[in-house]
Each structure stands twice: as C-alpha cells, then as structure tokens.
Design a protein around this ligand. Structure first.
Ligand code: C5J
Length: 222
C-alpha cells in the first residue's frame, strides 16, 4: 500500500488495484478552435491541466497501472442522443451539427477525439460515453471489475460536470476516487473550486482531492 497526502485525509492505494481515469480530454473541449472555444469559453483554463496529466499518465504507464480514457459523444446517427440534450442550451450549432472540427461531439469526428498530447497508447481502453458520467451506458464498470480495480485516480474535464458526475457514479459503485486538483479543469474558476470542495466535503463523503506532485512522489517510491 502507498499513502499520498490528500484532503480530507491521506489516500491509501495499491497501484495494482488502482486505475488512472482520464475524462474527456477531447479536442472539442480543450483545443483552441474547438466547440468549447466557439461557445465563448477560455480554453486556456482547461489546457493548464494537460502538462500535469501528461506527467501522471507517463508515471502510471511506467508502473503498469491500468489507464482508461473517456470521450463524451454520440453515434453518427445520433440515436443515443436524448432530445433534451440536443435542445438544451438553445445553441445555434449544437451536438451533431457542423462545428469547427467536424460534427460536434459525434464519434469519429476530429473534434471528438482525444488531444494529441494525451493520445491513448495501444491497449489502453477508450470508453465512449453518451452522458456526463463515465459509467452511464458504458462498460466501464465491467472493465474495472474484470481487472480487479477498486480505486481510481481521476483527471480530466470539466471538473464540475463530467469529472464530478463520474466520481459520484464511481462512489456509488464502490470505488474510491482521488481527484488531482491540478489535473482537472473548468472554464469557470469558481466552479473549479466549488467542485473540488464538494468532493472532499463532509470528511470525504464521496472522495479525496490531492495534487499531482505528491501523487507522483508517492508513486515513484512504490
Ligand atoms: C464534460 C461537458 N466533459 N461539460 N462535458 O464535462 O459538457
């Protein structure tokens, strides 16, 4: 067992039963010129997480930890896109429409794919999810169960939406989650702070928050 400083108290983990989960580091959310920026968001707030995630990803691969990537998006025929999600936001160009990097959040399109900096390695599962949570309508739970995973180190975007939802879903399925505060990002600084505070609130009622440097130092010693 390794112990990493975290809030509200230290997180103990075994790299053999702990996976790295990287959520939705897709061009459409993170890259300049993507859907996120087209909506008027400052993508630099999300891009700050890329370098620390890259270091955690390299270290996890080095230690043979299971690494899982997720992508939010829909089938080409949009048959898995609820009408409510399609209509929500009253966007001029929304999910399934032509966007700056292909059809917005549609599988197979350039914008839907993971950014080059964090490209999945061969053999690393990529979980395509139609919702915000990584467990909803996906086989993530089976993959984790079959690999004997009980704990997750969580990175990705956005902190208050897909990261928070996935951590809550993981918690209800019996997984412990450590969210690395510099490896997650939001377009809204106030949501970043609030979302992290929620995760570690009430004595860590559904998770832990740590920092990549301390996680890397701990992992290096295992
Ligand atoms: C994610 C979103 N990945 N905000 N999606 O957080 O719609």
């Amino acid at each position: 067992m390794a112990t990493v400083p975290a809030e509200p108290y230290e997180f103990e983990f075994d790299p053999h039963s702990c996976a790295l989960l990287i959520i939705d580091m897709q061009r459409d959310f993170v890259d300049p010129g993507g859907f996120g920026e087209a909506l008027g968001n400052d993508v630099s707030l999300l891009r700050k997480a890329i370098a620390p995630i890259r270091k955690v990803l390299d270290a996890a691969r080095n230690k043979n930890m299971l690494v899982i990537h997720t992508r939010e998006g829909h089938r080409q025929d949009l048959s898995d896109l609820p009408q409510s999600k399609k209509l929500r936001g009253r966007l001029k160009a929304g999910i399934g429409d032509a966007g700056p990097m292909g059809r917005i959040l549609v599988r197979g399109e350039v914008g839907h794919d993971i950014i080059d900096e964090l490209k999945p390695a061969p053999g690393e599962p990529v979980v395509d999810k139609p919702g915000k949570g990584a467990f909803y309508a996906t086989d993530l739970d089976s993959i984790l169960h079959n690999r004997g995973i009980t704990q997750l180190v969580v990175c990705g975007v956005t902190t208050e939406v897909c990261v928070n939802t996935s951590v809550r879903e993981a918690n209800d399925r019996g997984y412990d989650c450590l969210v690395l505060d510099d490896c997650v990002g939001s377009y809204f600084p106030e949501f970043q702070t609030a979302a992290l505070n929620m995760i570690k609130a009430q004595g860590g009622i559904f998770g832990w928050v740590g920092h990549s440097r301390q996680f890397l130092e701990t992992l290096a010693k295992v």
